[in-house]
Design a protein around this ligand. Sequence first.
Ligand SMILES: Nc1nc2c(ncn2[C@@H]2O[C@H](COP(=O)(O)OP(=O)(O)O)[C@@H](O)[C@H]2O)c(=O)[nH]1
Ligand SMILES: [Mg+2]
Length: 201
Amino acid sequence: MYTLVSGLVRELLKRDEYNVLILGLDNAGKTTLLEHTKIKFTSGYTGKPFHKITATIGLNIGNISTLGVNLLFWDLGGQDELQSLWDKYYAECHGVVWVVDSLDEARVDDSRVAFEKMIRNEHMRGVPLLFLCNKQDMVGCLNVNQIREAFSDSASKMGSRDCSVRGVSALHGQGIKDAIVWLAQCVIKNNETRPPINKDD
Ligand SMILES: Nc1nc2c(ncn2[C@@H]2O[C@H](COP(=O)(O)OP(=O)(O)O)[C@@H](O)[C@H]2O)c(=O)[nH]1
Ligand SMILES: [Mg+2]
């Protein structure tokens, strides 16, 4: 009887899980975004002090639940030498977050080049894209329209996929919750093309 009940409970609690990559140049705010996402979606989780977040060597992984599914975030290091490792994760991802540092005008074009390389990879075809113009809390940053303009050449290389471009502050949390919920809706919608990982499989 116990086995039967615990099996039933396990079945009911089983959630579909989706992999989401967080990509962008180093210092764009990827790890801060992951930390704030965990704070927004995990009751009781207060996170670690943001000033203690240091450059990511390798990767950070974080898990949240929303809309009845789990999202497993992979925050991959963005330094030049680490970008070459990103494509190992493409075939198994369900969604991607691209983070741009809106304050770093000098490197916006580097971000565009890395973005285009990622988005054109055959394993990323059709994967929903959340494009975040981060650090919108800072005076003097590029606004969303200016970043759109800087990435205008990329539009024709995107293929067919769900895409949303938003201004956020990963540090203060503005815009994060709605953006992540949007992405969750898209990966769920796309689940015939890219089926979820079942946790117990
Ligand atoms: N003002 C501001 N600073 C941010 C924001 N997001 C990240 N940062 C800062 O940018 C720096 C790099 O952030 P980090 O998350 O380590 O970037 P990563 O290399 O992409 O993981 C840190 O000093 C963060 O505090 C933001 O939305 N606003
Ligand atoms: Mg980092």
